[in-house]
Design a protein around this ligand. Structure first.
Ligand SMILES: [Zn+2]
Length: 82
């Protein structure tokens, strides 16, 4: 039995590690919608925000990390202004 591929490839969420969840891809890393919500709801000064950024930065070099942070912030904003 073949799994039907949705518009996004099946992947593992970088934050919560769940698979088979809808979300966005940032630098080939999946952030599921649930985690996006949490990240958006998280204050920048909140320790959780640092945790998320840390999670993102674990896999990428510093330069890419910075770009990802800026880029992803914009993507999340766009996502939620709809
Ligand atoms: Zn997640």
């Amino acid at each position: 039995m073949k799994r039907v591929t949705s518009r996004l490839p099946v992947d593992t969420c970088l934050i919560c590690g769940r698979t088979d969840v809808p979300g966005i891809h940032i630098l080939n890393q999946l952030i599921c919608e649930s985690c996006q919500q949490k990240m958006i709801a998280t204050e920048v000064t909140d320790w959780k925000y640092r945790y998320y950024i840390n999670r993102l930065s674990l896999l990428k070099p510093a330069a890419v990390k910075q770009a990802a942070r800026n880029k992803s912030n914009r993507q999340w904003e766009k996502h939620h202004q709809v």
